[in-house]
Design a protein around this ligand. Structure first.
Ligand code: PLP
Ligand code: ZN
Length: 404
């Protein structure tokens, strides 16, 4: 079970009984490069017999351990899970005959397009919300602070969907160019939308992110899918890896499983790797127009402890561009966890050419997946390494983010 958190950068330790363990206690606005990672001990694979993955894997999660050590019963935790995560089901893993034609290997798809809010993003956020509801129930939170997120993509839709489900106020900070359609969808889900213009006295950086940080400094909860902003997103996000781990057994096919994960901020790859374990090789993929993780990977051998040299290793990408516009984060915020899951599993970063990003989207759509170019980017990674795949390989791709 989870017993606490340790900062991957400065080694600060936080006990699991602590409420609101979002950020490393040593992180400041001037020194934001810290990230709390989970510390586990004893029985890691506890589970309950329930079809809902958030109940089934509940005892493995940090919010659950927080609730239990502070006095909530297992039944209380199950009841709370049903309030915030009743709509989650195990998403399908199936062999794709069409995509398997493309390489000598078999291609299997974990389809997240039918998940809550149309992507895997709600997985990351449900644990944050469960922690808040548990704190409220334990009397550790008397007034509800607003939730805050900076996103104009799948994460914003997921955040709005979950917040509405439990009636918690949410502020979404978006760029001025966000589409009206998405704005209407977020509003219909009850979110308060803030279009963020650049102000003349703003420091460099994304204005939506600056306003988000200000809201958090004023007391809002970072309802974020980036580990450095909220460590708990790296907790319940692991459900995707735990589901896969169980599904590989059920698939019953001989062969060598591996997974290719598209990376933006890096939380998805971190969680797939943490849930699946190191037996399954995990390769990450980014588009050639924004590949800061591959860039960082090329520098890690220069340092004994690369995680202590964040700004030298992870350099913001100067001009992010790609059709896969959901993975254009100029920095891979969760690079430390991503590097670690690749090193442990024998994986590596893949950089996909823009032509492969486009072709992957066409192929995925033709194969029947109603997915965005971001969500099919894992297939672009497969196309990039197709020549190195062998018949015994069983490659898992994650199709996430329904085409809107
Ligand atoms: C559909 C889809 N897949 C993958 C990702 C990448 O996830 P992460 O930012 O955690 O690396 C995103 C992120 O926005 C996404 O929307
Ligand atoms: Zn720290």
């Amino acid at each position: 079970m989870v017993v606490g958190y340790r900062c991957a950068v400065c080694d600060a330790v936080v006990d699991v009984r602590t409420p609101f363990p979002w950020r490393c206690p040593n992180a400041t606005l001037a020194d934001p490069h810290h990230v709390l990672h989970l510390v586990e001990s004893g029985e890691l694979r506890g589970e309950l017999d329930d079809p809902n993955p958030f109940v089934r894997f509940g005892p493995r999660m940090a919010w659950w351990a927080f609730a239990r050590v502070n006095g909530m019963s297992q039944d209380d935790c199950i009841e709370l899970t049903r309030r915030v995560a009743s709509r989650f089901e195990v998403t399908p893993l199936r062999r794709s005959p069409e995509l398997s034609e493309l390489t000598p290997a078999e291609v299997w798809v974990k389809d997240e397009t039918g998940n809550v809010a149309g992507s895997h993003k709600a997985r990351h956020l449900a644990g944050v919300l469960a922690h808040l509801l548990a704190a409220e129930r334990l009397g550790l939170l008397v007034e509800r602070p607003p939730l805050a997120i900076a996103s104009c993509g799948n994460a914003a839709v997921a955040a709005s969907t979950l917040a509405e489900m439990v009636g918690w106020p949410l502020d979404v900070f978006v760029p001025t160019w966000m589409s009206e359609d998405l704005g209407a969808l977020l509003r219909s889900l009850g979110a308060r939308i803030h279009r963020c213009e650049r102000r003349s006295d703003d420091p460099p950086g994304d204005p939506a992110m600056l306003r988000f940080r200000e809201a958090v400094a004023a007391g809002a909860v970072p309802f974020s899918v980036q580990g450095p902003e909220n460590a708990l997103c790296l907790d319940s996000g692991r459900t995707i890896g735990w589901e896969l781990d169980a599904q590989l057994v059920d698939a019953g096919t001989a062969g060598e499983w591996r997974v290719i994960v598209q990376v933006g901020g890096g939380a998805l790859a971190a969680c797939v790797g943490a849930g699946l374990g190191s037996r399954v090789r995990l390769d990450t993929v980014q588009a050639e127009g924004c590949a800061p993780l591959a860039d960082a990977w090329s520098r890690i051998a220069d340092f004994d402890h690369p995680e202590r040299h964040w700004s030298q290793v992870m350099r913001p990408w100067p001009d992010p561009h790609s059709l896969a516009d959901g993975i254009l984060d100029d920095e891979t915020y969760d690079w430390i966890a991503d590097v670690s899951v690749m090193v442990r599993s024998g994986g590596a970063p893949i950089v996909a050419g823009e032509a492969d990003i486009r072709r992957a989207h066409e192929l995925a759509t033709a194969a029947g997946f109603n997915v965005s170019p971001t969500g099919s980017a894992g297939l672009a990674g497969l196309l990039a390494i197709a020549g190195r795949l062998r018949p015994e390989h069983r490659v898992i791709l994650i199709m996430s983010g329904v085409a809107r």
